[in-house]
Design a protein around this ligand. Sequence first.
Ligand code: SAM
Ligand code: SF4
Length: 329
Amino acid sequence: MIDPFGRRIGYLRVSVTDRCDFRCVYCMDETPSFLPKVEVLSLEELERLCRAFVRRGVRKVRITGGEPLVRRDVMHLFRGLGRLLQGEGLDELTLTTNASQLARHAVDLVACGVRRINVSVDTLDPARFRAITRHGRLDLVLAGLAAAKAAGLRIRINTVALRGVNEDEFDRLVAWCGAEDFDLCLIETMPLGDVDGDRTAHYLPLGTVRTRLERRWTLIPSAHATGGPARYVDVAETGRKIGFITPMTHNFCESCNRVRLTCTGMLYLCLGQEDCADLRTPLRASESDIPLLAAIDAAIARKPKGHDFVIDREHRRPALGRTMSRTGG
Ligand code: SAM
Ligand code: SF4
C-alpha cells in the first residue's frame, strides 16, 4: 500500500480495547466513559481485519489499547496472528502494554511468535507510580518485566516526559535500563483527549531532557531506525539505546508508515487528525473480503500528509477529543 505522498504503509497498530486497569493522568480521566461492549469487534473480527491488512502488504502488527492484556481471551488473537508469521506475510507481531498482567502472559506471547514488546514505565518510585497511573502497582509491573525478560522477550521501556513529575528521574531510568538490558524511549506528552488537569503544566520538550542527559551520559547519534517516529542515540556507558519521540517539537510525518485500527473497526490514518474510515460496516456486510479490501484501499488513498500539535497557554483545549487509549497508542 502506497499513500498519496509515496509512503509505503506496512505497519498496523490495533487497539483491541479502550479499557485499562490504570488511569494515567495524561491519558485518561479518573472516571472515563468506556465504549459499550456491543460496539467492540470480536477477537475473530479483529483477526479477520488484520489478515486483510496483511494481504494488502502490512508486515508488522502491534497490539495495543487501552491495556491489551485486560481484554478477555486476547491470547486467541495473538495465536491467530502468530500463524501469519509462519510464511503468511507477517514479519513482526508485537505489543505495547503497561505490564500489569504481563507475568502470566509472557511465556504464551513468546509461543505466539512475539519477540519484542514495549512497556510503559514513567517512574521507578512506587508512590509516584501510583500517583501517575492513579491505580497502578509498580511491583506488578516489575514482576511482569522480569517474567518477560526470563521468557526471552526484548523490551523497550516507554517513558512520557512530564515536567515537575518525573523529570528528576531520567538519569535513574537510563541507568536502570542499562542494567536490565532494556532500551528506553522518551516521549513528549501529546494533546490527545480532554483529561483532568492542565496539560501545559507538564509538557516538557525533549530537547531540554537530552541536554540534561548529556551532562551525565555520552550520547552517540545512532543510525538505528525502525521507520517509526523515534530518533535514537547509543549510550556509551550502558551500551543501550535511548529513543526520543518528539511529536511536539519535531514533526515526524514525512516518514510515517503506519495506520491505526480501533477496537470498533475505525481506521485512523493519522494519530493527529480526526479523519477515519469505517471498516466495521464492510467487514460485517459480507463474508467476502472484497468490500473490506476496497474500503482499506480507499482509506489509504486519503492518508493525510501529517499533523501539527500545539501545547501552549493559548491552546488549552486538546488538539483532538479522542484519547490515545481509544486510537491505540
Ligand atoms: N496501556 C498500554 C501502555 O500504557 O503501554 C498501551 C496503550 S497506551 C495508550 C500507549 C502509550 O501511549 C503509552 O506509552 C502511554 O504512555 C502513551 N500515551 C498515552 N497518552 C499519551 C499522551 N497524551 N501523550 C503522549 N503519550 C501518551
Ligand atoms: Fe492505560 Fe496505557 Fe493509558 Fe496508562 S497510558 S491509562 S496504561 S492505556
